[in-house]
Design a protein around this ligand. Sequence first.
Ligand code: 4AD
Length: 581
Amino acid sequence: MSSIYVDETSGSDTTGTGSQEAPYQTLGLAVYSQPSASYLIRKDAQGEYAEPTQSALKKAKKTAEGIEKKRKKQLELEERERQAKGDEKEKREKLLEESKKIVLTEDESLPKATKSKLLDLGKYRTQRVRVFGWVHRLRQQKDIIFIVLRDGTGYLQAVLSGRVAQTYSALTLTLESSVELVGTLQEVPEGKTAPGGHELVVDYWSVVGAAPGGDDAFTNRLNEKSDPSIQADLRHLVLRGETASSVLRLRANMLTAFRSALTSHNLLEVTPPCLVQTQVEGGATLFKLDYYGQPAFLTQSSQLYLETCLPSLGDVFCVQESFRAENSHTRRHLSEYTHLEAELAFINFDDLMNHIEDIICKTVDTLLADPISAGLIKQLNPKFEPPTRPFMRMSYVDAIAWLNEHKIQHPAEDEQGNVIKVDEKGNPTTDGSGTVLMVDHKVGDDIAEAAERLMTDEIGKPIFLHGFPAELKAFYMKKVATQPGYEGPVFTESCDLLMPNVGEIVGGSMRIPDQEELLAAYKREGIDPEPYYWFTDQRKYGTCEHGGYGLGVERFLAWLANRYTVRECSLYPRWPSRATP
Ligand code: 4AD
């Protein structure tokens, strides 16, 4: 019989076989693996193989016994675990089988249950109620099941115990299943908290629509760690979450508050079309489409239509979707957004800014006076403070000076609008290498989003920025009156309202009231006046001084609810390449 080899340096107890080519590392393992063999051992590759001493062999036998003992113990443990698992499975199967025999029926002898939405439950304390909703949270203990139900109007804690917790449906209940619960509404015991201060002690219930468990379970499709692109694809499921639904609830209340503020100022709501054949804010951001063989666009703004309403309906407003084909991936740009616009006749520029300020402050006051809206604001934006009046007013020219005083620069551009880069010596490069050349602002420059945000965040309160140069603004804006002989830059009666954390939320202006001046403005912008005949007519048949504004609903909400991006403030946000769900 050949010997078993052990090399204490280069042998291995895991891959070794005991041959001369693949020796073991320890004598103990050699003895354990091949008990009645003869052994040869060496300290290292330089040494000679020799028979182990008696005492070494004795020690190795002990080690081998230890290894064997450990192995047996492990086997025993595994067997016990297998059995326990099997027992549990069997027990669970038996329980499920038994549970199928329990059929719940509603006890007709109990007082009649009133059907209620969760928001209205306060009226029914101590009474029997019937509620419907989705299983928002679920905790299954030995004989008791806790459910937090959600129905869109609120949340309710429900307790199932005894027979109602033993049915097949109870044992297999999953998150996001829809259910009907019937029971008695009780105040929660002292020291305990629950939504609304009460809980439902269920005496009858049923599953309306079961949600899947296992791989397809709700939490496997979506959770807090899900990738942003998955969250965007699953926006319909994200909306079931507490934060997303609170934002949308606040949005609804905010729109109601805006409407109430606007109607209290005698503005009438109108609904202009979305399919249009005119541009308002420049051709570059139009979504073009084929309209029965004619070119048409999705509206950028309803302003022009609102202007035409003034002589018939007086001051008007609308809450309408606007569309911007801007390839902007910033946190404040959407391709489709909700645009709250208003137009007022026989006002001056100061009246316009006072009106905007008033509508915004009234809306915020209304929301804070309503306990539900105030609660939502507190939940989403605990540090929210209503803005103080009057809002700061800063002219465009003063803003340019402010930016330069605060060393806020912008990238220099060549005549074609390309960013200029320079080498270490400050010489412009032509191959794209080097660093961006930053320069001071000068009157005539567009104040870019980055600079505007830095300024707004530094000042930390709402700012009316007004009087922008005509060449930076849309064709319809009224110019600031100048003395005869004035040769400086032409400014407009325009204003942007800037809010901390968000930037521009409102853009407004006085409009050109004079027909000839409007025709000249079309010409300057290269706009064919023909399709605008109805807009021009507003100046032809009894013109008036008038002005208006557009407020980005998602941006306003992002400010109010302290959301990082406007995408969180839209039901199903659209941005470049995203139109799903
Ligand atoms: O400044 P804008 O382009 O003004 C107008 O459209 C005017 N015709 C409105 C009017 O006077 N009736 O847009 C007004 C507001 C902006 O201040 C901003 O809040 C929002 O609309 N807005 C956007 N919101 C989200 N995504 C976009 N891409 C937006 N573009 C403008």
